[in-house]
Design a protein around this ligand. Structure first.
Ligand SMILES: [Zn+2]
Length: 164
């Protein structure tokens, strides 16, 4: 009997750990889809939640005028959140002065933004948006500082700064 038990345990443990590896990512994926659905509002609902300026940026992929955002000069320690759903997108440590007139970051918080290519200016650009509510944030270029070499050029109207 004892021998049977220990043998069974011996077989079960590796099977369980393999199952855990297989099912864990599926669970994470399912929960991120669920939270996305929660933020899947109609245009009318978004209009009632956002200022007209932020609606234009976040939901119509607009771009604010350069040097128009106070966040361009924001130098305090803190976190930049999505103005649509409040997800944390950038840390103040990832911000730098690009001289372009838009709040710029050399990296984003892992998993916070997703990208797609747009052709609004004919030349393809990489648009990025909040991974939770899909709100447009800005464009990412490859002329940023090290260590990433990236420049996330963000609309201030799409962000909300929360000082530390
Ligand atoms: Zn968002």
């Amino acid at each position: 009997m004892n021998q049977f038990l220990s043998r069974r345990t011996f077989i079960l443990i590796p099977i369980m750990s393999i199952l855990k590896i297989i099912f864990k990512p599926m669970k994470v994926l399912a929960s991120s889809i669920a939270s996305k659905e929660k933020w899947n509002f109609s245009n009318e609902e978004w209009k009632s939640r956002l200022s007209p300026e932020s609606y234009y940026i976040l939901r119509e992929e607009g771009t604010e005028r350069a040097f128009s955002s106070q966040l361009n000069n924001e130098k305090r320690k803190g976190v930049f959140h999505c103005a649509g759903c409040d997800l944390s997108l950038f840390l103040s440590d990832q911000k730098y002065d690009s001289g372009t007139g838009w709040p710029s970051f050399w990296d984003s918080i892992p998993g916070s933004v997703e990208t797609k290519v747009d052709f609004k200016l004919i030349v393809p650009r990489t648009e990025y948006h909040c991974s939770r509510c899909g709100g447009h944030q800005g464009h990412v270029f490859n002329d940023g500082p090290q260590p990433t070499g990236k420049r996330y050029c963000n609309n201030g109207l799409a962000l909300k700064f929360v000082p530390e």
